[in-house]
Structures are given as C-alpha cells and as structure tokens.
Design a protein around this ligand. Structure first.
Ligand SMILES: [Zn+2]
Length: 318
C-alpha cells in the first residue's frame, strides 16, 4: 500500500502545530515518520537499527553511513532550522491563497527576498506527487493562453503568450479535480501527450472541434466533441475549463500584475492545482502533511537551477 494512505498524522489546527513543532527534534521525528512510515531502513544495507547523531543524522548500527533526512531533498544543505521550514510549509499549505515571498521573508525574518522566493519555489516543487492518479470519469479538455495581447493562430506558439492545457473533471454540474500543464503549442502530438499524461484511458473526454483533438476518435477514450454554434456563447461550450481558465488568469493578474516569467508559470500552476484539488478538505493540516511527505521524496535544487528553469515541457524531455 502506498505510504500516503498509511500515514495520517497531522496537526489539526495552528495551536496543535505550534505546540508540536516548536523544536528541531519534533520536526526531525516528523520527517523521519514521513520518510520511513514503517520505521527506519538504512539506504545502504536495509538494516533497521540506528542511532541519532548530535547533528540529527540517522546512523545505521551495521554499516554506519549517515542517513540524512534532508540531504538530496529540496532542503539539502539548508542552514536554517527545520522549525523555519515547518512554519513555511504550514503557511504555504494552510493559508487560503498561500504566502508570497515578501510575506514569508518578513514572517520568518529571512535575510533576503531571494531566499524566501527560493523556498517557495522549492515547496511548489513538492506539490506534485510522482505517479499521482490521472483524472477520470467525464473530463473537459481545452487550452487557454496567458500573457501577450496579440491574437495568434491556434496550433502555433503565438509569441508572447504562454499556452496552458487544462483538464477538468465534471461531477454532474460540479467540478472535480483539475490538471494544468504549460505546453509549447496546440498541435495534435502535444495535446495527445497532455491528455494521455493527465486523463485515464476509458474516460469520457469532452473537447471542442479543434483538429488537435481528433486523435481521441481513434483512441481508448470516449470522445464527445462540442461545437459552438453562432448562438451559443463560447463559455457555455466547455464551462468547466473556461471557469478554471478565468480563475487562473485572475490569479496571475492579481499576483504579478500580468507580468510574469513564463519559465515559472508551471510552478505557480502546480501550486494552484494543489490548492484547488484540496479545496473541500476539512483538515487544514492534511495539506501540510502531504507537503512534508513530498519533501522527503523531493530532489535538491539550487538557486541557479530554479532561476533559469527551462520551460517545463515534460514532453520535450521524453
Ligand atoms: Zn546500513
């Protein structure tokens, strides 16, 4: 059974959080519990007995290489106490619209805006779980553009615009989970890749009449194509994705006054999806727990790696 189902230990509110995570040992114990839900296992020899060094490293009693909770993760090499990171994770996950770099810098008393900015990007990296379940059931798919004022032809990467693929589960009239992915263009190959990556086979997929979705007709998806007539408003054709598109655009405008670095858009979209898909969760602390779990499985990133992050076109890497 995957460990994210077994572990359900989280603070239910801010009082519980503050009471529990006020010192390094408590934070370390929690990360250890997330990293080894069935108890410590040496990464080198699989041994289960250990002792903890003064620096908080888990030392295997058989082969003795240190097992660090943070080495190799987004917290790699951090000089700040874990209590700072925990507080950042708490604010990031439990505040309705998250926390921005200026707020985080002031709240934690961090030395620079750059550090706060980097921390937030690292936490955003932890919002996506590898191998997460794809959307299923009835799913609307479409693309929308952010930035750039010039109208451009669909199917090509219009200059100055960033194209986002959106998939939205429909539960009768309500929206279920969503996925957002920055894509290089709206060609059939790209859209097929995005649908495959985000929507389970066998789902009922609703798209508009764009030829880039014609692959769906000869696939293991059920395809329903809606065509806007002159009398229907465009928004009423695919209401789910159009609602999400307008919410995302509003967020980008309010956060960045419309100016944003396209290289970081996927990161902000990931955070948005993380929040949106958990909007009905009653346990605020559960989101915190998810991020803490993801941190232990994350990969270290330097400032330069994040700053010059390439366009996150996962499909180009394949
Ligand atoms: Zn060992």
């Amino acid at each position: 059974m995957p460990k994210f189902i077994i572990n359900e230990d989280f603070p239910c509110n801010e009082f519980e959080f503050d009471k529990r995570f006020g010192n390094e040992k408590a934070c370390r114990d929690y990360l250890a519990k997330m990293k080894w839900p069935d108890g410590f296992r040496c990464r080198n020899c699989d041994h289960t007995k250990y002792w903890i060094s003064a620096k908080g490293l888990y030392i295997c009693t058989r082969c003795e290489p240190p097992n660090s909770l943070t080495a190799g993760t987004v917290m790699h090499g951090t000089k700040k106490p874990l209590t700072y990171w925990f507080k950042a994770m708490w604010w990031f996950t439990t505040r309705k619209s998250g926390v921005n770099a200026i707020n985080l810098k002031d709240l934690l008393g961090l030395g620079s805006y750059q550090t706060a900015w980097l921390w937030l990007h690292k936490l955003r990296d932890c919002t996506i779980r590898q191998g997460r379940e794809r959307l299923s059931g009835t799913v609307e798919v479409d693309e929308f553009v952010i930035g750039g004022q010039k109208p451009g032809k669909r199917g090509r990467g219009a200059s100055g615009k960033t194209i986002v693929f959106a998939a939205v589960e429909k539960e009768s009239k309500k929206l279920g989970r969503i996925r957002l992915q920055v894509i290089p263009d709206c060609s059939g190959d790209v859209l097929e890749h995005s649908v495959m990556e985000n929507v389970s086979l066998g789902s009922f997929v609703i798209s508009d009449g764009w030829k880039g979705y014609s692959f769906l007709d000869e696939s293991d998806y059920e395809h329903h194509e809606v065509v806007a007539s002159h009398t229907t408003k465009k928004d009423s054709v695919l209401p789910g994705v159009h609602l999400i598109a307008s919410l995302v655009k509003r967020l980008i405008i309010s956060t960045f006054q419309g100016r944003f670095d396209p290289r970081h858009l996927q990161s902000y979209l990931d955070e948005y999806v993380f929040r949106f898909n958990r909007r009905r969760s009653r346990n605020v602390g559960k989101k915190f727990m998810r991020i803490a779990q993801q941190v232990t499985e994350s990969t270290k990133r330097t400032y330069n790696q994040i700053k010059v992050r390439d366009f996150p076109f996962s499909l180009l890497a394949n």
